[in-house]
Structures are given as C-alpha cells and as structure tokens.
Design a protein around this ligand. Structure first.
Ligand code: GZL
Length: 260
C-alpha cells in the first residue's frame, strides 16, 4: 500500500535492496491496502514462476488458499511486517515487529506518566483486520485492564491514514468532551487527529489537555514528539528488506529457517 510514511519507507527499503545491481529482478505490486488485490498479485507471481514471494499482508485472515497454491508451485513465501492467521506450515517464515509488545509498551508508558491519575481514553485503530492493529490494541488493553482508573471510551479504525485519523477524531469530538488520552495506532492518524483538534480548539501534548500516544516514530512523528505535540511515540522499524534478503540467502544455502 501507500497508506502511511512508514509504508513508504518500507517500500523504498525493498526497492533499494532488491536492485538489479544487487543481483535481483524485483516485481513490486502496490495493492492499495486491498486484500483481494494482494491475492491477485500473488497469483500473478505464481503464474510468472518467480523464485520467491514476499507478502506484507493488509489483513491476517483469508490467506490459506493462495498460500497453498504458492506451496504447490514450489515457491517459498516470506510473510513480512504483518502476520497471517494461516497455518505457519503454509509459508517459509515471518519477519516483522511484535506489535502486541508495542501496544504493551504504550500502556506501560501511560501508567508511569499518569502515576495513578484517571484516564478517559479514545483510540484510533489501524486498518481493520491488520495484525498490527490487532496486536497494538490487544497489547495496550492488556495494561489498561490492570487500571480500574482508566476507561476506554471508544475505539474506531482510521485505516492507518491521515485522512482516517482526522475523520475519526472529528466524529469523536462531536461525541466526547471528557477525554484526556488519545491513542493513535500510527503517526499519520495522529497528524489527522491533531488537525481535527486544532480546528476544534482542543489542546494536546506535554502542554495540552490531551495526552497523545502514537506508533511508528517516523521522522515527522519523532519531530512532533521531540517538540512535545506527541507525548509518547512507540518505535516500529520499517527497514525490513535486509532481513528478508538474509532469509533468501539462507534458503539458497539450504539452511534451516526459523518459523519467526
Ligand atoms: C506496522 C505496519 C503498520 C504501520 C503503519 O508493522 O504494518 O502499517 O504502523 C503502516 O504506519 O501503515
């Protein structure tokens, strides 16, 4: 896709790693955050008899059939960035971050920052069905459940986009006036939410009324964290192509590949 700055960095990383001068022919498809388009792209790769297929799955569900087709065609599949719910026997390995740990990290940071104070929390989730959104939600909720002084008022998807973050925040501002924490599951959603709060005169950040927690720690996200507009930004490294390249080298060398 091209939903976020993180995704753009991830894409550039693949395109600058799997180059002709490095000995590769890269067939790259931007499926525009669409699961059906991703499955179609994988089927086309199988038809073209590629050597390896790398999938950054928009959603975790619905991959069993096309993974079986790739396996039947004898093409190793590497699942990258987000996980799939399919049986791990259907693909070579997964390489990506632990988004549940990222969610927990955000919760633990908030607990320390609030030091027992009450929290009325709004959440802008990532794309529906994406393991990154599910992981961050579950991880954060694991900590939230330990704090009876915290209330999660609402949790809706902003699809990891700036427009989505703004739309959800505009809707929240119509329904909620007593929130003091906003969790955005990526930086681009946070930028959109900030635009909405600016327009409504709601203050945020270290000197504002609303604590903002974000994920990705992109360059712009870090800038807004360092200047205090975002209170906490949980890192998620988009530079995964070298790890994928290592896995391919191991496959070529006939080495054992760990499942994760
Ligand atoms: C996380 C990745 C997420 C980023 C978003 O591993 O899947 O997708 O957090 C991106 O910015 O859209």
């Amino acid at each position: 896709g091209h939903e976020s700055d993180w995704r753009a960095a991830n894409t550039i990383d693949y395109q600058t790693t799997f180059t002709e001068e490095n000995g590769y022919e890269l067939l790259f498809v931007d499926a525009d955050n669409d699961h059906t388009a991703q499955m179609e792209a994988v089927r086309n790769f199988i038809q073209q008899e590629v050597d390896y297929i790398v999938i950054c799955p928009v959603q975790e569900a619905g991959w069993e059939v096309v993974l079986e087709e790739a396996q039947d065609a004898g093409i190793p599949v590497i699942i990258a960035d987000r996980t799939v719910s399919a049986d791990p026997a259907l693909y070579t390995t997964f390489l990506g971050t632990d988004t549940a740990l990222e969610g927990e990290t955000a919760g633990l940071w908030l607990a320390e920052y609030l030091d027992g104070a009450e929290a009325n929390i709004l959440v802008i989730e990532g794309s529906v069905g994406a393991s990154a959104a599910i992981g961050r939600t579950n991880g954060f909720n694991k900590i939230a459940e330990q704090h009876e002084e915290w209330t999660i008022l609402d949790s809706q998807s902003g699809d990891f986009t700036q427009a989505g973050g703004q739309q959800v925040m505009e809707s929240y501002l119509k329904s909620y006036s007593d929130f003091n924490v906003l969790v955005c599951q990526n930086d681009n959603e946070a930028y959109g939410a900030m635009d909405a709060m600016d327009a409504a005169g709601v203050t945020y950040g270290v000197d504002g009324d609303v604590i903002i927690i974000s994920f990705d720690a992109t360059k712009e996200g870090l800038t807004r964290t360092l200047d205090g507009r975002i209170n906490c930004n949980v890192e998620c490294n988009p530079l995964q192509a070298a790890g994928v390249e290592d896995i391919i080298a191991k496959i070529i060398a006939g080495e054992e590949i760990p499942a994760v």
